[in-house]
Design a protein around this ligand. Structure first.
Ligand code: F6P
Length: 341
């Protein structure tokens, strides 16, 4: 078999573990040819191929990023994009395509599947918001990095008696904010799932700083917003592709809290630090399991599915069921974050 492989959307630590597993199992055990495409769907449209063999995956397990490169490019949103994808795959005699990506890449994969190409998706995103799987590659590393950052910010917050705002990624779901907020002991966690009331935050901070503490940590997801009808005016700032502009909510909150309370307030936007560097053991393991499950599925002719972690097992779910949905943080986890304030 000739199996195509791409990584699309934002990179995450753990992608190389998945690529390595596909190549090791696919070439080494099944005798398939693994044909990588550079820079996600863009490489498929442009016919930019990189055949992958055992030599290409040596020592990549601990490396962040993706050895195939990636891009935010959606063939179905570009004129003639889907036709170009099909043409390249025919020219390269690709029997099935493994697509490693987040919601955008997997949505494109479901469109390509509708066009008649057998595909298997692998979920990755530090945001952990891909529907249908308990975990996506990259999330664990991002939470680990964010938690360490909050630990570091704690000591300086306390020394300077400040309110410290830590803005983390998470446009549509607050998984990183909630989990790193719990692990890092944040006083307040703000996630897109629960729009906030600035007056309640002000009251909480005033009480805390009067009663028993001189500092506070607020973790805010980049997609968090004030509840409609509450006192803070804020329009989510979006970039040219409709993406939420990092830093906007953190800076806005900083100004609002400083002005309302008079407390010395600072903001740290963690940004792409959360996506860089070496993957945790958990992300290497998840990447390896998903890569193996994907090449096994392709080999068995089980396509148009996505690998998914369900409890302890890796299962296959129909890719059409996943596209266009967001996995939100459940209420009980949000409650833990607020109950520990
Ligand atoms: O999609 C994952 C993500 O890390 C989001 O949390 C973040 O908003 C976005 O990517 C940043 O994208 P880019 O790297 O294109 O600026």
């Amino acid at each position: 078999m000739r199996v195509g492989l791409l990584t699309g959307g934002g990179d995450v630590p753990g992608l190389n573990a998945a690529i390595r597993a596909v190549v090791k199992r696919g070439e080494g055990q099944y005798g398939h040819s693994i044909i990588g495409f550079r820079n996600g769907w863009k490489g498929v449209v442009d016919g930019d191929v990189r055949p992958l063999g055992r030599g290409d995956i040596r020592n990549v397990l601990s490396q962040g990023g993706t050895l195939l490169g990636t891009a935010r490019f959606h063939p179905h949103r570009n004129d003639g994009g889907l036709d170009a994808v099909v043409q390249t795959l025919e020219a390269e005699r690709i029997d099935a395509l493994i697509c490693i990506g987040g919601d955008g890449t997997l949505h494109a994969a479901s469109k390509v599947a509708e066009a008649g190409v057998p595909v298997v998706g692998i979920p990755k995103t530090i945001d952990n918001d891909v529907w249908g799987t308990d975990a996506s590659i990259g999330f664990d590393t991002a939470v680990t990095i964010a938690t360490e950052a909050i630990d570091r910010i704690h000591t300086t917050a306390e020394s300077h008696n400040r309110v410290m705002i830590v803005e983390v990624m998470g446009r549509h779901a607050g998984w990183i904010a909630v989990t790193s907020g719990i692990a890092g002991g944040a006083e307040i966690v703000l996630a897109p799932e629960e729009p906030f009331d600035i007056e309640r935050i002000e009251k909480f901070l005033r009480h805390r700083h009067r009663a028993h503490a001189s500092f506070s940590i607020i973790v805010v997801a980049e997609g968090a917003i004030p509840a409609p009808g509450t006192a803070m005016e804020y329009e989510t700032e979006v970039g040219q592709f409709g993406e939420i502009v990092a830093g906007a909510i953190g800076e806005r909150l900083k100004a609002e809290i400083a002005q309302r309370t008079g407390f010395d307030t600072r903001v740290t936007v963690l940004g792409h630090v959360q996506r860089g560097g070496i993957p945790t053991a958990q992300d290497r393991i998840l990447g390896s399991r998903f890569g193996m499950a994907a090449i096994d599925a392709v080999t068995a002719g089980r396509t148009n599915v996505m690998t998914a972690l369900r409890g302890e097992e890796v299962e296959l779910v129909p890719i059409a069921d996943v596209a266009g949905k967001v996995k939100h943080v459940p209420g009980d986890l949000l409650q833990v974050a607020s109950a520990l304030a």
